[in-house]
Design a binder for this molecule. Structure first.
Ligand code: KIV
Ligand code: ZN
Length: 513
């Protein structure tokens, strides 16, 4: 009998801590539903004490998700634990995840507590969480740099207090695969009650080793991996879910455990998360990058045509590639549109939302003959995002000609008032952004601008991501259109609108300090 490897997804919590990746409640619900369809065991939905917005998002996910366990993060503090328990009340299956730092550097400089005080606070927190649920996870933050004797001591006490999952985070991405695997092995060996808990790992990617460290831990007895879609997360990110799942699934010979995810949903989740957060997926990203299954060299192509396994270790269709055929076109009706969205796991909240999305679909179908799943995902994100926007794009005309200075003529609706302006720039996108700034005067710095094609062909929609910084607040914006200058304007406005949404301005963990 092989063990089950529990997949704990923290895209909505740790993933959201990436600069600019804040999500609205509705966006979190959309991603949670996609994760449920993917079959993840645990969804960490947020950090309820961080803000009212985070609380409501965790509550909404808890009330919506039926198949996966929904988890809320809490520091080892009464108020955090009570707030997490309150947010999770409506869940079918819930977990409270409480944590405290255990490395000497964190205890001394951040917590300013003695090791004895840290153990006491951890025990108290686990006991309090157990009053609300019998599913409690304890994390020893910065375990990767903690003293092993102290880890044994605090983990034994946490298990005694009622924690049934013990998470060993490599919070700063410092460990190496061999050492980290050994750490898990030794902890399980040395802690007398280790058999009463599942050992979990949570690795950050600062040295590019998050997946390798997690897999090494699994080889040494870890039975839960915390990970995120596309490896999104604080700084260099977390271990990428798709790489963990396909690593374990492809190398069955090396692991004595398996996951039970519906891997064909991986690509769908990856696109949705990228689309909502504005973090593009690099083309050479394993599993979900555009080139992950593309063979360029003649020798490789020849080999694959003769016998697929010569150069392919996984089947592209097993992670969702190739499933996205032309789905709808100009003549598709409202019912076909709705049914297709449902098939993608997208349920719109009202008839009005459906009508607005359908109108956009018709506009798009006029410009682009074949509409694919990816187009629909982007279209719905766009429709929902613009619903509550305070600054809307009304009209845009750009002029770009060899030998002439490009200029943009833009009309925006700013909080109900239409304003028009023209601006020059070094190119049409620069002129458009300058025109927007002339009207909005946000004084933001543009940190990132990227354009990707959503599907193949020159009639494809361009998917533009921008990242703006306004006095230290970072937000991402996303826009899609067959015209990339319009897509760029939409992305810039999407980011500006986020800056105007107080709930999205806060970084979840700093908000709680
Ligand atoms: O990286 C980390 O240590 C965390 C904990 C809260 C689990 O995210
Ligand atoms: Zn983390």
């Amino acid at each position: 009998m092989t063990d089950k490897l529990i997949i704990f997804d923290t895209t909505l919590r740790d993933g959201e801590q990436s600069p600019g990746a804040s999500m609205t409640k509705d966006e979190k619900i959309r991603i949670a539903k996609a994760l449920e369809k993917l079959g993840v065991d645990v969804i960490e939905a947020g950090f309820p004490v961080a803000s009212q917005g985070d609380f409501e998002a965790v509550q909404a996910v808890a009330n919506t998700i039926k198949e996966s366990t929904v988890c809320g993060l809490a520091r080892a503090l009464d108020k955090d634990i009570d707030r997490a328990a309150e947010a999770l009340k409506g869940a079918n299956s819930s977990r409270i995840h409480t944590f405290i730092a255990t490395s000497a550097i964190h205890m001394e400089h951040k917590l300013r507590m003695s090791p004895q005080q840290v153990v006491e606070q951890a025990v108290k927190a686990v006991k309090r969480a157990r009053q609300y649920t019998d599913n409690v996870e304890f994390s020893a933050e910065d375990a990767g740099r903690s003293d092993i004797d102290f880890l044994c001591r605090i983990i034994e006490a946490a298990i005694d207090a009622g924690a049934n999952t013990i998470n060993i985070p490599d919070t700063v991405g410092y460990t190496l695969p061999n050492h980290f695997g050994q750490l898990i092995y030794k902890l399980r060996e040395r802690i007398p009650n280790s058999d009463k808990a599942i050992f979990s790992v949570h690795c950050h990617n600062d040295l590019g080793l998050a997946v390798a460290n997690s897999l090494s831990a699994v080889m040494n007895g870890a039975r839960q991996v915390e990970c995120t879609i596309n490896g999104l997360g604080e700084r260099a990110g977390n271990a990428a879910l798709e790489e963990i799942v396909m690593g374990v699934g492809t190398r069955k010979d090396a692991f004595d455990c398996e996951t039970d995810l519906n891997t064909t949903e991986i690509l769908n989740c990856s696109r949705l998360v990228s689309n909502i957060t504005g973090f593009p997926v690099q083309p050479n990203k394993a599993i979900v990058g555009a080139n992950a299954f593309a063979h360029e060299s003649g020798i490789h192509q020849d080999g694959v045509l003769k016998h697929r396994e010569t150069y392919e270790i996984m089947r592209a269709e097993d992670v969702g590639w190739g499933a996205n055929k032309m789905v709808l076109g100009k003549h598709s009706g409202r019912n076909a549109f709705r049914t297709h969205l449902e098939g993608l796991g997208i349920e719109l909240n009202s008839e009005e939302e459906l009508n607005r999305a359908f109108r956009r679909f018709k506009d798009l179908a006029d410009k682009k003959h074949e509409i694919y799943d990816e187009d629909l995902q982007a279209l719905v994100t766009d429709t929902l995002a613009t619903e509550s926007e305070q600054i809307k794009l009304v009209a845009l005309k750009v002029c770009s000609e060899i030998g002439e200075k490009p200029h943009a003529h833009i009309t925006l609706n700013v909080k109900g008032v239409e304003k028009t302006v023209a601006s020059e720039g070094s190119g049409p996108v620069d002129a458009t952004f300058k025109a927007i700034e002339t009207l909005v005067k946000s004084d933001c710095n543009l940190l990132l601008y990227s354009v990707n094609n959503i599907t193949d062909g020159s009639d494809a929609q361009g998917d533009v991501s921008v990242r703006l910084d306004q006095n230290g607040y970072v937000v991402n914006g996303q826009g899609a259109d067959t015209d990339i200058v319009i897509a760029s304007a939409k992305a810039y406005l999407n980011a500006l609108n986020k800056l105007l949404t107080p709930a999205l301005r806060k970084h979840p963990q700093t908000a709680a300090i």
